[in-house]
Design a protein around this ligand. Structure first.
Ligand code: GAR
Length: 217
């Protein structure tokens, strides 16, 4: 059985979307994979309670308890490594991971970012998209490398920006597609339909279409 460890910091809606897809599609039988743990850097993260309701192991590695980023990452590594994960899924995990952590799991860490990368790396993506006056925005799933929001792109969903949008309305619309695209991307990585090779996400045309979504409004 392939093991997925999910890292969160907050509400955990992307985790829930992936777990719901895994249950609906019976991943443990159909692709031999399951989420084995949800780990948060914040003790109060709502996603921890949700994970417990699914009967999934949870753990907290509170970054405020460590003096340095390196010490935090070492503690996080110890907890994550215990599960021997095949895939580590960052789902609203709001800590930057340095190469000290990332290089221990090459090609095995995924992140979802709320923008069409390489535009709008970093924070406040929805507000910045509206301020920039772009007509389309969206979300990207990518492999995690030490470059912030800079790893090979696996999947993208494109969402129109409407004149009536504020950052919250836009964020809500993007989130719907985050949930769809992240579950698809995790599945594609678990089945081997997508692989990380020489700094690129490698896949065939059919998989690429499956991992490209255009929102209907
Ligand atoms: C999501 O919108 C995700 O894209 C974003 O945080 C939110 C988490 O929501 N991630 C980042 O900004 C990463 N830099 P969730 O906890 O409900 O999944």
């Amino acid at each position: 059985m392939k093991k997925v460890v999910v890292l969160i910091s907050g509400r955990g809606s992307n985790f829930v979307a992936i777990e719901e897809t895994a249950l609906r599609e019976r991943w443990s039988e159909t692709i031999g994979a399951q989420i084995v743990a949800v780990i948060s850097n914040r003790p109060q993260a709502k996603g921890l309670t949700l994970a417990q309701e699914y009967g999934i192991d949870t753990a907290v590695v509170d970054h405020t308890a460590y003096e340095t980023r390196e010490a935090f990452e070492e503690a996080l590594y110890e907890v994550v490594a215990r599960y021997e994960p095949d895939l580590i899924v960052l789902a609203g995990f709001m800590r930057i991971l340095t190469e000290g952590f990332v290089n221990r799991f090459p090609g095995k860490i995924l992140n979802i970012h709320p923008a069409i990368l390489p535009s709008f790396k970093g924070l406040d993506t929805h507000r910045r998209a509206i301020e920039a006056g772009v007509r389309v925005h969206g979300t990207t799933v990518h492999y995690v490398t030490p470059a912030l929001d800079g790893g090979p792109i696996i999947a993208q969903a494109v969402v129109p920006v409407l004149p009536s949008d504020d950052e919250h309305r836009l964020a809500d619309r993007v989130l719907i597609y985050e949930h769809q695209i992240y579950a698809r991307a995790v599945k594609a990585c678990l089945t081997g339909a997508v692989r990380c090779e020489n700094g690129r996400a490698v896949m065939d045309d059919k998989t690429s279409l499956y991992l490209t979504l255009f929102a209907k409004v």
